[in-house]
Every structure is written in structure tokens, then in C-alpha cells.
Design a protein around this ligand. Structure first.
Ligand SMILES: Cc1ncc(COP(=O)(O)O)c(C=O)c1O
Length: 461
């Protein structure tokens, strides 16, 4: 007879093997990288914007699981909604009925972007993007998608076709017909549109890679150009959406921007259940689903499942009750202003940018001779090593988790849960100041560690 499955027992018995299991059965480079930079921790518990290791040490999360933990971890309202939906034993995913939760969540989402009408639910950000690309191509009858240099829209093949970095694309060709444009360049957009084969232009209102914002007026002017050429504006709000930038959607920062399709995912389910949503105009959906024969022409087996929908409804309700968007704006402003005040103090710090709780910290070439030679050595080995040198002590010494904002970039991106408070902001600023003090002293452990990073970078060439 088989033993009854018990998750607690399994974790108690085998949890300690986590890194070995990962090395043996999953992407072996992850544990290797974590060992190299000393990030191979054992986190045991999490709540809100914090998690704790086995010794009870408290870590501040400035990464939010790449943005999925918008409400922080284990929000009690989302958690209760998930317990409730499991306890309800719903007849979910029969596939030949209409359940109430997807309609209710779609209604709520549309209320936040009233110029849109309909929603397709998938299971991830990249699937939300794939849906938008397919819908744009079908609705316009044209093949080509435009996107921005350095864009990131996910890593499945369609989304990869609109990825602005060779490092991700190399070796996976041929991809879809596509063309990259510099972010903010309207002439380049107009030139491509004149060729007559463009279905749409996909854009992150603030690019995740490097935290670069579309210049003022750009999205609105792009929209006008696109519509003149019967092409669609697709806003990828997978990272920027649901309050992160201090507006519900980042495209709403400016009046008059009304994308034809909007992609949402990450924090929509409070980080608990994979989810993605593509919001669009009625005519686009009516074209794709133009007859009963085409009812399943675009669908996903797990799409609109009850757990994801229940979590989504709970998340949107919490966002309203707890004024999450306003908190993101207030804490983002506070954090950005405290960090901006440091730019003049530290020669290695060159820029603070972003909006709400999506903040980029950029490092640049120092002026003083002593630091410049060290900086140049790092740059020669690999661009982005200095930012890595900052991320490491932030975790090791100050127990704050951050990330370098993309390969070969001297930028750290802060995307904490939107529930962070003044204490979290102060803790980050204090820790960052201490790390910058260390870096500017020109000696010590931090620069010692740079030798390990340089060796690693050279070995990886
Ligand atoms: C702007 C943007 N679009 C799409 C994606 C892909 O989302 P997922 O990882 O859920 O496929 C991401 C992920 O980071 C993203 O930042």
C-alpha cells in the first residue's frame, strides 16, 4: 500500500537537499552562480516585504520575485481567497461551461482601463504577450511587429522575436518577422510603418532593462502614427502594471494614451498562481473569435482557472482597500528622493531614475584616479561587474535582496513589493550608503571580492 502523501514530512526529510537536487535535475547554472556570489542561502519563511533564514535573520526584499509579489508575500486576504476557492470544490475547468470568477475578474480589470472591452486569461507574462502578438497580426492581417531596442517581453519564441537583446536571441533563429526601434524615436517608427506590413508596436512604458522610460509624449504620438497606418499599440504592463509605477498602469501616466492591447501578469495573482491577461478592444476580439468555429482558435488549458481568478479578485480588492497604488507612489517618491540626494556625494553613482517603485540606480566612471583604475579594470573584464559588487554586500552584509538590471549593465533595479513602508526605505538607504562608503574607500572586502568576479568573468569568456 502506498504511504499517504504529506508535504510537511517530505520537506522535513528532504528540504536540506535543495541545492543538490537543483544541480542534478534543474538548471545547474543557478546553484553554481548562487554559490559563486555567496547567495546560496536557505530562506525559511516570508511575509510582506521580508523573509527570514533558518537562523531567524530578517531580509528585506527589493526584488519581489521579479515583480510577482506586488502585495508582498502571503497577504492574508489573498491567502484566504485561495483557501476558500479550494474549499468550495468548484467544478472548475470543465471547459464546456462558463464559470463566474473569470467574468468577475475581467469586469474589474476593464474598470481600470475603460477604453478596453475584453480579456483573454493565460498563465504568464510571455503568454499575455504571445496573445497580443497573435491578436494584432490576425486583426490587422499584417505580419510584422515593431519593438524597442533592449526590450524584454518574455522568452517563448514569439516574445523572443520582440526581445531587444542579442544575448537572449542568439541561436534561436529564425524568429517572427520583426524590427527593433530605438525607444523614443518617432521617425524610425514612421519609416517602418510606411512599409505597410506592420501589425503593431509593442512597448514597455518603462523598460525593465536599465529602467528607461519612454520620453514624454512618445506613447501618444506613437499611437497616432500607428492608427494612421492601421497598426496597433500594445502596452506591455507585465512589470509596470498593477500600481508599480504609482499609476494603476504606467501608460496612464500621460493623458490620451489608449493602447489597443495591454498585457498584464506577474502580481495579478499576488504571486501565488501563474496568471496572465491580455486586455483588448472589442473589435480585435470580435475579429479573432469571428465565428463559432473559431471559439478555440486561441485558448489555454489552464487559462482562467479558479485559483488564479480568485487570487486576482482578492489582489484587486486589497489594492483598493489598502491604497496600494498611492503607497507605491509615496514610497517610490521617498526612496527616489533619498537616493537622488546621494548622487553628488558619490562619484561612482551617476543617476537615479524611474517612477513609483521601479527605480534604477546607475553607476558610472569615477573621476578620481584611484577609483578610476579599479573601475577600468572591472569594465575591461565585463561590464556590469560593479553593479554586481554592490548587490553582493547589500545581501551579505545588510540582508537586502536586489538585482542587476540586465546583463552588461551598471544599473541596479529596485522593484520591491508595493507594501514597503518608511522603515524599509530607510533601511535600504542606510545600507546603500554604507556600501557606497565602502566602495569609495577604494579598499576593503568589496574590492577584494571584485577579484573573484573578474576571475569568473574571464573564465566565462
Ligand atoms: C515587461 C515584461 N514582459 C513580459 C515578461 C515575461 O513574463 P513571464 O516571465 O511571466 O513570462 C516579463 C518578465 O519579466 C516582463 O518584465
Amino acid at each position: 500500500m502506498s504511504k499517504e502523501f504529506d508535504l510537511g514530512t517530505l520537506l522535513a526529510e528532504r528540504g536540506a537537499e535543495r541545492y543538490e537536487l537543483h544541480s542534478k535535475y534543474l538548471n545547474h547554472q543557478l546553484p553554481k552562480m548562487l554559490h559563486t556570489i555567496g547567495f546560496d542561502k536557505v530562506y525559511e519563511r516570508a511575509e510582506g516585504a521580508h523573509f527570514w533564514d533558518a537562523d531567524g535573520n530578517d531580509y528585506l526584499d527589493m526584488l519581489a520575485g521579479f515583480g510577482v509579489m506586488g502585495l508582498g508575500r502571503h497577504h492574508p486576504v489573498v491567502r484566504k481567497a485561495l483557501h476558500d476557492v479550494l474549499d468550495a470544490s468548484l467544478a472548475d475547468l470543465t471547459r464546456f461551461d462558463c464559470q463566474p470568477l473569470p467574468g468577475l475578474l475581467a469586469e474589474k480589470l476593464i474598470a481600470h482601463s475603460p477604453h478596453l472591452d475584453r480579456v483573454f486569461f493565460g498563465n504568464s507574462g510571455t503568454e499575455a504577450v504571445e496573445t497580443a502578438l497573435k491578436f494584432a497580426r490576425y486583426a490587422t492581417g499584417k505580419p510584422r511587429i515593431l519593438y524597442c531596442a533592449h526590450a524584454f517581453h518574455g522568452l517563448t519564441t514569439g516574445s523572443l522575436s520582440v526581445n531587444g537583446e542579442d544575448g537572449f536571441r542568439d541561436g534561436f533563429a529564425p524568429l517572427l518577422p520583426d524590427t527593433a526601434l530605438p525607444l523614443g524615436d518617432l521617425d524610425a517608427l514612421a519609416k517602418e510603418l510606411r512599409k505597410g506590413d506592420v501589425a503593431g508596436f509593442i512597448v514597455e512604458p518603462i523598460q525593465g532593462k536599465g529602467v528607461h522610460e519612454a520620453p514624454p509624449g512618445y506613447l501618444r504620438a506613437a499611437q497616432e502614427l500607428l492608427h494612421q497606418h492601421k497598426a496597433l499599440l500594445i502596452a506591455d504592463e507585465v512589470q509596470t502594471g498593477l500600481g508599480r509605477t504609482g499609476d494603476f498602469y504606467a501608460y496612464q501616466h500621460e493623458d490620451g494614451v489608449e493602447p489597443d492591447l495591454v498585457c498584464v501578469a506577474k502580481s495579478l495573482s499576488g504571486g501565488y498562481v501563474p496568471v496572465g491577461a491580455t486586455l483588448g478592444k472589442d473589435w480585435i476580439f470580435k475579429k479573432v473569435y469571428s465565428s463559432m468555429d473559431r471559439v478555440l482558435v486561441h485558448s489555454a488549458s489552464f487559462g482562467a482557472n479558479a485559483q488564479a481568478m480568485a487570487a486576482g479578485l482578492a489582489v484587486l480588492s486589497v489594492m483598493e482597500d489598502e491604497q496600494i497604488v498611492a503607497n507605491a507612489r509615496a514610497m517610490g517618491d521617498l526612496l527616489a528622493s533619498r537616493l537622488t540626494a546621494l548622487v553628488d556625494r558619490y562619484e561612482l553613482l551617476s543617476d537615479i531614475r524611474g517612477r513609483g517603485l521601479m527605480i534604477g540606480i546607475e553607476f558610472g566612471r569615477p573621476k578620481s584616479l584611484k577609483l578610476r583604475s579599479r573601475w577600468t579594470m572591472l569594465q575591461a573584464a565585463r561590464k556590469g561587474l560593479f553593479a554586481q559588487m554592490v548587490v553582493v554586500p547589500l545581501l551579505q552584509k545588510h540582508r537586502i535582496l536586489t538585482q542587476v538590471s540586465g546583463d552588461h549593465l551598471e544599473v541596479i533595479k529596485l522593484i520591491p513589493p508595493l507594501v514597503v513602508d518608511e522603515n524599509d526605505v530607510e533601511r535600504f538607504v542606510e545600507a546603500f550608503t554604507a556600501v557606497m562608503d565602502d566602495a569609495h574607500s577604494g579598499g576593503g572586502l568589496m574590492w577584494d571580492f571584485s577579484k573573484t568576479l573578474i576571475k569568473q568573468a574571464v573564465a566565462n569568456r
